[in-house]
Design a protein around this ligand. Structure first.
Ligand code: FAD
Length: 450
């Protein structure tokens, strides 16, 4: 039997392995951790979440990432199954207990008789056999160099940012209170999934002054300061205008101070639960490249966090991705070496969900090829299809940058109102269309489980 080799057991590699194994293919995952570490991963587990513990919105009618969740669930995806099993209350978001989640993915894959995990770094591009490279944003230097040698394309780098994590018992709950914005969520736990810290105008102004004055980590020479979309460092937001944060992560709307319901806060800092025990909270949207000493001083200015201790401070990091529109074919194969597929963030998608989604497709495509089964084209009107079409051809190659799934990638629908007014109807129509197309594709023997 032919074996599928997957380099990297992250979000994409784990999902690809699961999909191929379910189809009956033998799989070897080559994962360098824990022998070789990255600066962001902490364990040797598969599918480790390196930053936020959230898979973002779970709304499959009005949100493109929620639709991607739906499509992955419909395809029997492992990442979604384990996320659902270890879900934490987080309003409309799909947040999980990160350690239990990745342990569950690891255990599930280890338990499969046709999956082997080999802990080793792969440093060269393999010349024969069936391979998927899913080494992610922190692809090791040696393999990155080998890819650059093969593709001739310049390796591109930009920065993401880690939000700090606070020990819950060090938050002053006589100042802070529990509430999800607009009390979102079905259960009381969900409606109280966030901890909120209120600021007066004076406190906000002093906080902005401190942010602007704080010591920051400088960029290395030759690095371009491009950030993970929706993940801008707070000091960069503050530099754009003193009010920017008040309209972004510190917006006070949809929240009522339980200790003082009649006074409207000028700004609110939100913390989201980071583990099942409820012992850790991350400060939502507070990615930063401030130096550690400065971070502690500045974050302790937040009312309620004056005595906070930090389980982890924020940081900045690199991202590696290839120019997929020029390098990959529609089946995610490297045109110059079709025995190699790419999957995950290295293909130029961005985020846990998008990366797992591309792993799901690559795993199915590789399995179909090995088993000699046809693989009908992924319908473009699905979230999966919108993404894969974007990276393998839809995107402008010259200015190619990593992409989150969004309705802007979807083909327009005729006869629907444009603009803000029709947005709700439009999104619903997009998701209805996508679900029908995805179900049909799955039912078409796109890859029957063996
Ligand atoms: P990964 O999950 O990183 O998996 C790649 C795997 O390959 C790793 O396990 C690595 O050890 C292994 N590997 C690398 N090189 C080799 C080699 N040569 N041989 C063998 N194994 C190798 N996304 C979000 O959705 N939300 C966030 O908040 C967020 N924050 C981020 C913060 C940081 C610091 C970084 C770096 C990324 C962040 N991202 C975030 C992006 C997120 O990490 C990725 O989208 C997702 O993990 C990508 O999945 P992947 O499988 O492509 O890569």
């Amino acid at each position: 039997k032919k074996t599928l080799h997957i380099v990297g057991g992250g979000m994409a590699g784990a999902e690809a392995a699961w999909q191929a194994a379910q189809a009956g293919v033998d799989v070897v995952i080559h994962e360098m951790r824990p022998k070789v570490e990255t600066f962001a991963h902490r364990t040797g587990n598969l599918a480790e979440m390196v930053c936020s513990n959230s898979f973002r919105s779970d709304d499959d009618e009005q949100n493109a990432v929620g639709l991607l969740h739906w499509e992955m669930r419909a395809a029997g995806g492992l990442i979604m199954a384990m996320a659902d099993r270890h879900r934490l209350p987080a309003g409309g978001a799909l947040a999980v207990d990160r350690d239990v989640f990745s342990q569950a993915v690891t255990d599930t894959l280890h338990a499969l008789p046709n999956v082997t995990v080999s802990h080793e770094e792969i440093t060269d591009l393999p010349t024969d056999g069936h391979w998927i490279i899913a080494t992610g944003p922190l692809t090791s230097d040696a393999l990155g160099q080998a890819i650059a040698d093969e593709t001739g394309a310049e390796r591109l780098a930009f920065f993401d940012a880690i939000a700090p994590i606070v020990y819950a018992d060090t938050i002053d709950m006589s100042v802070a209170w529990e509430q999800s914005r607009y009390d979102k969520g079905e259960t009381e736990a969900e409606q109280k999934a966030y901890i909120n810290c209120p600021m007066t105008r004076d406190q906000y102004e002093a906080f902005i002054d401190a942010l602007l004055a704080a010591d920051k980590t400088e960029f290395h020479e030759g690095e371009t300061a491009k950030y993970f979309d929706g993940c801008l460092p707070i000091e960069v937001m503050a530099e754009r205008g003193r009010e920017t944060l008040r309209h972004g992560p510190m917006k006070p709307i949809g929240l009522t101070n339980a200790h003082d319901p009649d006074t409207k806060a000028y700004a609110v800092v939100q913390l989201r639960r980071d583990n099942a025990l409820g012992t850790l909270y991350n400060i939502v949207g507070f990615q930063t490249k401030m130096k550690y000493g400065a971070q502690t001083a500045v974050f302790k200015m937040i009312p309620g966090l004056q005595n906070a201790s930090f389980a982890r401070l924020g940081g900045i990091h690199r991202n590696t991705f290839i120019n997929s529109p020029t390098l990959l074919d529609a089946q995610m194969r490297l045109k110059s070496r079709p025995n190699i597929r790419f999957a995950g963030q290295i293909t130029g998608v961005e985020g846990y969900v998008e990366s797992s989604a591309m792993g799901l497709l690559a795993g199915r495509m590789a399995a179909a090829e090995i088993l000699g089964r046809p693989m009908p084209e992924v319908p473009q009107d699905t979230a999966m299809g919108a993404l894969i079409h974007h990276i393998t051809g839809g995107a402008e190659a010259k200015t190619f940058q990593p992409m989150n799934v969004n309705f802007g990638l979807f083909r327009p629908l005729d006869g629907l109102k444009g603009g803000r007014k029709g947005r709700k109807d439009r999104y619903k129509a997009y998701t209805d269309r996508a679900k029908a197309a995805w179900s049909e594709w799955l039912g078409n023997g796109a890859l029957d489980a063996a």
